[in-house]
Design a protein around this ligand. Structure first.
Ligand code: ADP
Ligand code: MG
Length: 273
């Protein structure tokens, strides 16, 4: 992926990056206390927002509200000003692509066929379901040699890259990814996050790795027990005090000598047991 031009990636995404607005959002299973509470934020067209927070903070639940899987108990999610629950699922599928945490393990399909599924929402617009975007996406994700392989035979990291490729051929104006790097080796983690940061489309990505989030995202939303407790640039949202309070670790922050981006490293408080 390193030498693949960003132009290739740009051809794959939609032409109208979306603005997403979340207003007074609450969600919880019926009859239970809300899991996502009083969330307000907006993501600008082309921006990359990282959602971080400890395990169980509500990152996946929040994202499920954003891609119209969970219907809010209160509040609303607006895509370019329109309530996503007032839109048809198909019109959402044409604009919003997702990469979820547990990709189905085995569809009995090849890698290229899985990626082609991303074209489904657009099929009636293309007279010929062009193979071009699939090849572009395979190349972009270093998957060309895997095109004919059975998806079920891939490693976790390879599957994760296939699911990203599938989301890209969907030509999203908004790309939502739930911890897309957790199975990737360090090289692919950096490549995927660089790619996401360089895409002109709007990106919302949950990450449990604060260092990755701060090195790549424009802004960071910090969740704690279902609430948004910080929202800002990495340096604004992830101060040592905030990190100590929310994640119970000490953070040292400096500037990376190669990239100039904030660099985080962590240690336990020496008085911790
Ligand atoms: P994260 O992705 O930040 O680890 P989740 O959004 O997966 O957090 O979960 C937040 C909390 O809500 C967890 O305690 C989880 O067990 C609970 N939870 C999530 N979805 C449901 C559900 N459908 N029913 C009951 N509890 C849920
Ligand atoms: Mg999660």
């Amino acid at each position: 992926m390193a030498e693949v031009p960003m132009e290739l990636a740009r051809r794959l995404v939609g032409a109208n990056p979306a603005r997403l607005t979340v207003r007074g959002l609450n969600w919880g299973p019926q009859g239970m206390a809300p899991i996502v509470r009083d969330i307000d934020f907006s993501v600008e067209p082309g921006e990359m927002l990282a959602v971080v927070g400890p395990n169980g903070a509500g990152k996946s639940s929040l994202l499920r509200c954003l891609y119209r899987f969970h219907r809010p108990s209160q509040g609303a999610v607006l895509l370019d000003g329109e309530d996503i629950w007032a839109l048809k699922p198909r019109s959402i599928a044409r604009r919003v692509a997702t990469v979820l945490q547990e990709p189905a393990s085995d569809f009995g399909l090849s890698v290229a066929e899985i990626i082609e599924l991303g074209l489904t929402p657009h099929l009636d617009q293309f007279s010929d379901p062009a193979y071009g975007p699939v090849e572009d996406a395979l190349a972009l994700m270093n998957l060309t040699p895997f095109a004919g392989r059975d998806f079920g035979s891939l490693s976790g990291g390879e599957k994760q890259r296939v699911m990203i490729a599938r989301a890209l051929v969907q030509k999203p104006d908004l790309l939502i990814l739930d911890e897309p790097t957790n199975h990737l080796d360090i090289r692919h983690q950096l490549e995927v996050l660089d790619l996401l940061a360089g895409l002109p489309t709007t990106v919302i990505v949950s990450l449990h790795d604060l260092a990755l989030a701060s090195a790549h995202a424009d802004r960071v939303l910090v969740l704690e027990q279902g609430r948004s407790v910080q929202l800002g640039t990495p340096l604004e949202a992830l101060t040592p005090d905030n990190i100590r309070r929310i994640f119970a670790v000490e953070a040292a922050i400096d500037s990376h000598p190669a990239t100039g981006r904030p660099r985080f490293s962590f240690h336990l408080n020496s008085s911790d047991p």
